[in-house]
Ligand binder design. Structure first.
Ligand code: GLN
Length: 230
C-alpha cells in the first residue's frame, strides 16, 4: 500500500533566468544545472515535483509562506537565511562579483562608483553586498527583479555597474552580453536547496542522499560539464 508521502507532489520554486543554473533554452524548455540536478535527484530518490519559475525574490516568498515546498535557484547558504530556511548540503561554490559595461574604462574599483548608480537584484546576496558598502563608497543602488533587467540597465548606461554571482556573469559574458568583471570575487558562498525552516525535512534528506549518489556515480559532474564549458 502506498502512503500519502509516496504520492505527494512537491512544489519547487525557482528563478526565471539565472543561466547556467536555470533558464529557458531555444526550444522553450526550462534547463540548467539546478533544473537537471533536481530532476536527477528526484529520479534517484523517487519523489515527484512540479517546478514553479517565479523569480528569485518571489521564490523566497513562496517558500517562506508555504506556497512552495522547496526552492532551487542558485540560492546562497547564509547565516541570515538559516533563520527562515533549512538548507541541503552545498552543491556549488559561488560568490558575488562587480561587473561594468565592456566599454567602460573608468570604473575599476569600488571607489570609482562614487556618485553613481549600481544595479542589483532584489533579495540577493549581490544586493546585500552592495548595500553593505554603498555608504562607504558613496553610490546608490537601483533594484531589479531579474538579471536580464540589470544587464540592460548597465548597457543603457543608467547604472554604471552591477553586482551578481560570478558564474552567472561569466556565462553572460561568454554568451555575448557586453559586460566585464573588474574586481576579484567577493563574499564566497555556496548554493543549497532550501525548504522553510522545520518543514519538509524528508525533502532535504532526499536531496542530500540523491546529491551524494550523483556525485558518486558521475552524474553530478556530467550535469556541470553540460552547462559549464572549460
Ligand atoms: N546566489 C544569490 C543569492 O542567493 C543569487 C541567486 C539568484 O539570483 N537566483 O542571493
Amino acid at each position: 500500500t502506498k502512503t500519502s508521502s509516496d504520492t505527494k507532489k512537491y512544489v519547487i520554486a525557482t528563478d526565471t533566468t539565472f543561466k547556467p543554473f536555470e533558464y529557458e533554452n531555444e526550444k522553450g524548455e526550462r534547463v540548467g544545472i539546478d533544473i537537471d540536478l533536481l530532476a536527477a535527484i528526484a529520479a534517484d530518490q523517487g519523489f515527484e515535483y512540479e517546478l514553479k519559475a517565479v523569480g528569485f525574490d518571489a521564490a523566497l516568498g513562496e517558500v517562506s509562506t508555504g506556497q512552495s515546498d522547496g526552492m532551487i535557484a542558485g540560492m546562497s547558504i547564509t547565516d541570515e537565511r538559516k533563520k527562515t530556511f533549512d538548507f541541503s548540503d552545498p552543491y556549488f561554490d559561488s560568490g558575488v562579483v562587480m561587473a561594468v559595461s565592456s566599454s567602460n574604462n573608468t570604473v575599476k574599483t569600488y571607489a570609482d562608483l562614487k556618485g553613481q548608480k549600481v544595479a542589483v537584484k532584489t533579495g540577493t546576496e549581490g544586493a546585500t553586498f552592495a548595500e553593505s558598502i554603498k555608504d562607504q563608497y558613496g553610490f546608490t543602488t537601483v533594484s531589479f527583479p531579474d538579471s536580464a533587467n540589470m544587464y540592460e540597465d548597465v548597457k543603457a548606461g543608467n547604472s554604471v555597474a552591477l553586482f551578481e554571482d560570478y558564474p552567472v556573469v561569466g556565462d553572460a559574458i561568454a554568451s555575448g552580453v557586453p559586460l566585464k568583471m573588474v574586481t576579484e570575487m567577493e563574499k564566497g558562498s555556496s548554493y543549497g536547496f532550501a525548504v522553510k525552516l522545520g518543514q519538509n525535512p524528508e525533502l532535504i534528506e532526499m536531496f542530500n542522499t540523491g546529491l551524494a549518489n550523483l556525485k558518486a556515480n558521475g552524474k553530478y559532474q556530467e550535469i556541470l560539464d553540460t552547462y559549464i564549458k572549460k
